[in-house]
Design a binder for this molecule. Structure first.
Ligand code: NAI
Length: 277
């Protein structure tokens, strides 16, 4: 028996990286899934490969009419909506604040934050009517700490976390749960610096950043899919309004081996002597 038997999910950004890993895990656990993504070739190929119970809809998550159509498509095809995973994203605007244009700002916020607002807005009525549902959004460790990503990406992800909490307070009354996942470095095209990054480039990213990870390796899409599965399943039925950091320990601090003054066992212990009595 799968953990998502009988459940229906929409996964945005489901044609690549974290989204694709989550689609595969959800399907393996018995869910029917609608992949909503800009990438028509990738999304169609995945839906064809995974067979009955998986469909693809070309969707730009920053456009309200397309997000509304995405939710309608899921309920038309599969009859209900148990989980929306707001996951699509990109790196957003790069560079100093003084040279960031308003157009850069708008595009970054539209794709990373407005999309989450739109997903919640259009999924909520369906889930409230059903009396159940789980909305999950991909934020980032960059949304809880400055310095991990460019300005606007970080701010958008911070917004995703706070929107998660405010909407959770409203929808909890109708048994609709709303949570966010904050991934650390995950080996995907996005983290490798380009949406079309090939496996060689992704492997270089793995090798380059493994030593900065407390658990000695970067994350894989399957690490985030495991958390998404937990939040989509009934195992998390008393959990809402939270952000879950899944980062191999990255946000906790640097690996122990990077602090030789703490980790060398031969270092003498110095302490103040208690006063003589
Ligand atoms: P990815 O580049 O592998 O996948 C992103 C997917 O989103 C692609 O299939 C792309 O076509 C789709 N997409 C982009 N803009 C879209 C739009 N406007 N409408 C519909 N689909 C769109 O990237 P990855 O790493 O899987 O990213 C997934 C989410 O995880 C993003 O929200 C990203 O910000 C977040 N994240 C990723 C981290 C990482 O290290 N890879 C770390 C923290 C957060």
């Amino acid at each position: 028996m799968g953990q998502l038997d009988g459940k229906v999910a929409v996964v945005t950004g489901g044609a690549s990286g974290i989204g694709a890993g989550t689609v595969r895990r959800f399907v393996a656990e018995g869910a029917q899934v609608l992949i909503a993504d800009l990438d028509e070739a990738g999304g169609t190929a995945m839906a064809d490969e995974l067979g009955d119970g998986v469909a693809y809809l070309a969707t730009d998550v920053s456009r309200e009419e397309q997000v509304a159509a995405m939710i309608a498509e899921a309920t038309d095809l599969f009859g209900r909506l148990d989980c929306l995973f707001n996951n699509a994203g990109f790196g957003g605007a790069l560079g100093p604040i003084a040279t960031t244009t308003v157009a850069d700002y708008d595009l970054t916020m539209d794709v990373l934050l407005k999309s989450v607002f739109l997903g919640m807005k259009h999924a909520a009525p369906v889930m409230v009517e059903q009396g159940s549902g789980s909305i999950i959004s991909t934020a980032s460790v960059a949304g809880i700490r400055a310095g991990y990503a460019p300005h606007l990406y970080s701010v958008a992800k911070c917004g995703v976390i706070h929107l998660t909490k405010t909407v959770a307070l409203e929808l909890g009354e109708d048994n609709v749960r709303v949570n966010a996942i904050c991934p650390g470095f995950i080996a995907t095209p996005l983290a490798a610096g380009h949406p079309d990054a090939d496996q060689e480039r992704i492997q270089k990213m793995r090798d380059r950043t493994a030593r900065a990870q407390v658990l000695g390796r970067v994350g894989e899409a399957s690490d985030i899919a495991a958390m998404a599965l937990f939040l989509a399943s009934d195992e998390s039925q008393w959990i809402t309004g939270q952000e879950f950091v899944v980062d191999g320990g990255f946000a906790a601090g640097p690996p122990w081996s990077r602090w030789p003054e703490f980790s060398r066992s031969e270092r003498p212990i110095r302490h103040h002597r208690p006063p003589d009595r």
